[in-house]
Design a protein around this ligand. Structure first.
Ligand code: NDP
Length: 313
């Protein structure tokens, strides 16, 4: 029987995980990392989010590490993290569905300038801002067409948006015009009335969203960041909003997190902030995904979302 040691979310959340795994994978032996009798064996799997650095030596002896996050930049960038151990990122149907719902909400919020309604409501002020812009007349560009980006892009196309996507390598995706590589980036940006960032954080993508970059979008475009705060040069984003290069932004990820109370992002009239909540599947759905990935490794198969440490995602 495979053993899964859970360090994710600390000792206080272990019972929630144990209950979820008991439901979806009763054959899996589930132990707490924090129980005094737990000793990691080379055949063990470990579920982590952001383990302490003093866990790394033990993690270096695991069969595989599974992360409760889809982005694993915090692990790959941590000095001493055992990058040679297979690392599986979070995925699964519900993770994609939640992200697709969030981006659809954010895109329509930008189309209808929902931030203005929120400000007016806080001031108890009735002022009409009718806007005749519809999804079918709006072009959305999704940067990053991986597990989440592809899910989001195809969902937006079903909702009625005109959707394109940008990634590193060429691909085809139903209902989505795919642009690949640096050469295709200017054309991709020129055709995005709303830009969605779903890239992973890597040395190639950190800081990619600068004022120069945003100027390549149609003037007055909207921006949705669900990738990482590090992708964006924050002062450039604010300048672009103030200069009308962008009409608004919805930010689920920022730097640093939590966002300090003094950050100008909080009060900007064209920015909607959410606290990194776009897509976190329920413990049950995450447990199901983790159990399936462990089953694949046990059968000698390669899980689809196995991280490539060289590539950085
Ligand atoms: P994947 O690794 O599956 O996909 C990454 C995509 O980005 C791929 O299409 C890849 O291209 C593309 N890409 C990577 N580097 C480049 C580059 N230099 N130029 C162009 N394209 C590039 O990731 P996921 O879809 O699972 O997740 C994406 C990110 O979403 C995570 O890394 C995380 O930061 C963020 N996230 C945010 C959450 C939230 O709640 N806000 C929740 C979960 C994730 P190719 O396919 O050609 O390799």
């Amino acid at each position: 029987m495979a053993r899964l040691i859970i360090s994710a979310d600390g000792p206080e959340k272990f019972d929630i995980w144990k209950k979820a795994f008991a439901e979806v994978a009763p054959d899996l032996s589930v132990l707490s990392w924090y129980a005094s009798q737990t000793r990691l064996q080379p055949s063990d799997y470990v579920l982590v989010w952001s383990p302490e650095a003093d866990h790394y030596p033990a993690l270096a002896t695991a069969k595989a590490i599974l992360c409760t996050g889809a982005g694993v930049d915090h692990l790959l960038n941590a000095p001493g993290f055992p990058r040679h151990i297979p690392l599986v990122r979070m995925g699964g149907e519900q993770t994609g569905q939640l992200m697709a719902d969030y981006v659809t909400w954010a895109a329509i919020a930008l189309l209808r300038q929902a931030r203005t309604w929120a400000i007016q409501q806080a001031e108890q002020r009735w002022a009409c801002n009718t806007i005749a812009r519809t999804t079918d007349a709006t072009r959305i560009g999704v940067m990053g067409l991986g597990h989440l980006g592809a899910y989001v892009a195809t969902h937006l196309a079903r909702v009625g948006f005109r959707v394109s996507g940008w990634k590193r390598s060429p691909a085809t995706l139903t209902g989505v015009k795919v642009y690949a590589g640096q050469e295709a980036l200017p054309e991709f940006l020129e055709t995005a009335d709303i830009l969605v960032n779903l890239l992973p954080s890597t040395p190639q993508t950190d800081g990619i969203i600068s004022e120069e970059f945003l100027k390549k979008l149609p003037r007055g475009a909207g921006f949705i960041n669900v990738g990482r705060g590090r992708h964006v040069v924050q002062t450039d984003l604010i300048n672009a909003l103030n200069a009308g290069i962008l009409c608004g932004a919805v930010l689920d990820v920022v730097t640093p997190e939590p966002l300090p109370a003094t950050s100008p992002l909080w009060t900007h009239p064209s920015i909607i902030i959410t606290p990194h909540v776009a897509s976190e599947a329920s413990p049950l759905m995450q447990a199901q995904y983790v159990a399936e990935a462990i089953g694949q490794i046990e059968r000698g198969e390669k899980p689809a979302l196995l991280c490539d440490p060289q590539r950085g995602y």
